[in-house]
Design a protein. Structure first.
Length: 157
């Protein structure tokens, strides 16, 4: 029977042909069970249309595999990292925290020497809070920038 087309005498379509034609891509990728693969192989012996479709799929797959994609150079990767990076705000947050603590310590020492007994806690707390807010904003900004590129964002635990 090799070389014949699928029998489409029942209403113009063959149910086996429809099922097999939907499995051709999975067959090509070896994703079918042994039974399904055997069904497709048997059908391919008799169906010119499906053999031709499978040949076209195979040619397309091979053509796609042969495409060479250029690798980005190290400079391009570094530029992309800088474009998506939030290192500057995070660094600014840490610097602000360190400067605030240092300024508070200097101010506390000066006030202690000039007016013993004054409370400088409010200044220190404000500086630390501002530093942590900047750090939080930098992390949030990074997450928002990376969100469209996160291929795992739709996966649920």
């Amino acid at each position: 029977m090799r070389g014949k087309s699928c029998d489409k005498s029942y209403g113009g379509t063959c149910k086996v042909h429809e099922k097999v034609s939907q499995m051709l891509s999975a067959f090509l990728d070896d994703e079918l069970t042994q039974t399904e693969s055997q069904r497709v192989r048997i059908h391919l012996e008799d169906c010119d249309d499906c053999r031709q479709a499978l040949g076209e799929m195979r040619a397309l797959r091979d053509a796609a595999r042969s495409i060479a994609f250029p690798s980005p150079n190290r400079f391009e990767i570094d530029q992309l990292d800088l474009a998506l990076s939030v290192r500057a705000p995070r660094l600014a947050g840490w610097i602000l925290i360190l400067l605030a603590v240092g300024a508070w310590a200097a101010y506390a020492a000066w006030r202690f020497l000039t007016q013993p007994g004054l409370d400088f806690g409010e200044l220190a707390v404000a500086a630390v809070i501002i530093g942590f807010v900047l750090l939080f904003a930098s992390v949030l900004g990074q997450r928002l920038l990376e969100l469209p590129h996160d291929r795992y964002r739709r996966i649920r635990k």
